[in-house]
Design a protein around this ligand. Structure first.
Ligand code: MCA
Ligand code: AMP
Length: 510
């Protein structure tokens, strides 16, 4: 079934009630009814139909968060094309790679980026570039306004592609995880039941909508339950707290919880109507988990997922299923298989640490145009190797203890050291570099770089940072660069990042 059809069927009978209420941005007096969602997504789907694109064309989207951006996602699903969201922090070199790799038929960007994005897109063979701004302006909506507000959704089966989410690789090249209508819908239905979505729920939506957490876990949750969303275009802890009494569900990465805890207004009273706080995308520190319980009386439910798999595990919602245990990511979700293997692929005993492998209706079919990579990441018997390292205890709780992939998660965003090192090494005067993560009180992990200059070159860390900011997304740029004469290596010549991590682990807390 087309995922849009399932979401549409969940709209409440009274289409004139509020579906999305903007809480910030240019016009907070406006709100969107369910009828608005239906009509606006139909207009966009009709516009896409009128372009006579090949079936399952990729529609690449790099726009600021807005309700219209969500409507564009729904319109793409409805028309049967493939949604390809891109982080607004990505710079030209990153966008060039995504567009070149995905070959989208349509690109939608914000008006202020039109000149450079359209140049890259047209060079790559894209036939249509539209603009969409966060104040309901842009050519996408101008053109869609001329189309009908009814539309028959394209027929799709469970295996048909619905979205491609780029996720960086250990080699530095991003891979497009191909997610089907069936992957997305089955996971959304499982979460609806497991997290006890109920009549009257109201979600505070304060996450970006170009990644799994905000786009799928949060939006699908509310839409599939016919629940209203209070919509923030950016996370502001004070503003979120002000609306908390009207809400029942909140989802965030750990940084959002840390920042909310920094507000005196976070009290039991402010959370009196809340039913559920969900955390994921990065490890939630046990101190945050405990402080939250103390301050609010609520126990955060931590869950674990990936772009390739959507949600995999969750702490229980219902007390009869067990307690929510801090430091763990709970149990495999119904229908999800999860096992822990040693490096040779051998089975491990309860409590032993190894690589986490998963399977289920939520697991993606492979990486876009990378069959080799896809084969490498699946076992011979069809399990996906997550690259996360963990264990399962006797009670069935899964704990993630680390990652076999060289990955830093900063404020819920993934940073692959190999990619940043590649850009650093290209800068004038740089001989080589090592990028590491260090504990960070706000972002969980912060990015640091250690750089060796070429013979005779005098390097300045601040200049390297400034140069990197013109090339890659800001969240990937090291917060500090240390200049050194050589990197520590083992007898095999491999850089010993563990030594660098030890050396700099106190940098952000000092
Ligand atoms: C912004 N900056 C960051 C980050 N975000 N630096 C490191 N890590 C970050 N996460 C930098 C910017 O480059 C900029 O640097 C400065 O901070 C201010 O930028 P601004 O955008 O104003 O920052 P902010 O509004 O404070 O953003 C922090 C944030 C945001 C709200 C925590 O990063 C965020 O929304 N994170 C959520 C990410 C997310 O949704 N992840 C889910 C992925 P400068 O001043 O130097 O220019 S899905 C996933 O992981 C899986 C599937 C799962 O399980 O969910
Ligand atoms: P992404 O590439 O954005 O899909 O990030 C997925 C990765 O985020 C996973 O492979 C994990 O390493 C990490 N992750 C997601 N949720 C959690 C969690 N609750 N605890 C620890 N790590 C997590």
């Amino acid at each position: 079934m087309n995922l849009f059809v399932a979401l549409r069927q969940a709209f409440p009978a009274d289409l004139d009630t509020c579906a999305i209420e903007p809480a910030d941005g240019p016009d907070t007096r406006r709100f969107y009814t369910w009828r608005d969602l239906d009509h606006a997504s139909a207009r966009i789907a009709n516009l896409l139909d009128s372009l006579a694109l090949p079936p399952a064309s990729r529609i690449a989207v790099q726009v600021e968060k807005s309700v219209e951006a969500l409507l564009l996602y729904l319109g793409v699903l409805r028309a049967g094309h493939v949604f390809l969201p891109l982080n607004t922090a990505y710079q030209a070199a990153e966008i060039e790679y995504f567009i070149g790799n995905a070959e989208p038929a349509v690109v939608v960007c914000s008006g202020r980026n039109f000149s450079w994005v359209s140049r890259l897109a047209f060079q790559a063979g894209t036939t249509h570039v539209f603009t969409l701004n966060d104040d309901r302006t842009g050519t996408l909506l101008d053109r869609a306004a001329f189309h009908a507000d009814t539309h028959t959704p394209a027929e799709k089966s469970a295996g048909d592609l619905a979205a491609i989410l780029y996720t960086s690789g250990t080699t530095g090249r991003s891979k497009g995880a191909m997610l089907s209508h069936g992957n997305l819908l089955s996971n959304a239905q499982t979460l609806k039941d497991y997290w006890g979505w109920q009549a009257g729920d109201v979600l505070i939506h304060a996450l970006p909508i170009f990644h799994v957490h905000g786009l799928f876990v949060a939006s699908h949750g509310a839409l599939l339950n016919g629940s209203k969303m209070i919509w923030f275009t950016r996370f502001d802890p004070k503003a979120v707290l002000a609306r908390l009494p009207e809400a029942t569900v909140f989802m965030g990465v750990p940084t959002l919880y840390v920042r909310l805890l920094g507000e005196a207004g976070l009290t039991k009273q402010a959370c009196r109507n809340m039913r559920l706080f969900v955390s994921g995308s990065a490890p939630l520190l046990i101190e945050t988990f405990n402080d939250w319980r103390e301050r609010t009386g609520h126990t955060i439910l931590e869950r674990y997922g990936m772009s390739e798999t959507i949600m995999l595990t969750s702490n229980p919602y219902r007390t009869e299923d067990g307690e929510r245990r801090g430091g763990t990511v709970g149990f495999p979700l119904p229908g999800v298989g999860l096992r822990v293997r040693d490096e040779q692929g051998g089975a491990l005993h309860v409590g032993e640490i190894g690589g986490i492998e998963v399977r289920g209706p939520n697991v993606f079919s492979g990486y876009w145009r990378m069959p080799e990579k896809t084969r490498e990441e699946f076992t011979a018997d069809g399990w996906f190797k997550t690259g996360d390292v963990g264990k399962i205890d006797a009670g069935g709780y899964v704990t993630i203890v680390g990652r076999s992939k060289d990955l830093i998660i900063s404020g819920g965003y993934n940073v692959y050291p190999a990619e940043v090192e590649g850009y650093l090494n290209e800068l004038p005067g740089v001989a080589e570099s090592a990028v590491i993560g260090a504990p960070h009180p706000d972002f969980g992990e912060g990015v640091l770089a250690v750089v060796v200059p070429r013979a005779g070159a005098a390097l300045d860390g601040a200049r390297l940072i400034a140069a990197l900011k013109t090339k890659i997304a800001g969240f990937k740029v090291p917060k500090q660069v240390f200049i050194t004469n050589e990197l520590p290596r083992n007898t095999m010549g491999k850089v010993q990042k563990n030594l660098l991590r030890e050396q700099h682990q106190g940098y952000f807390s000092a």
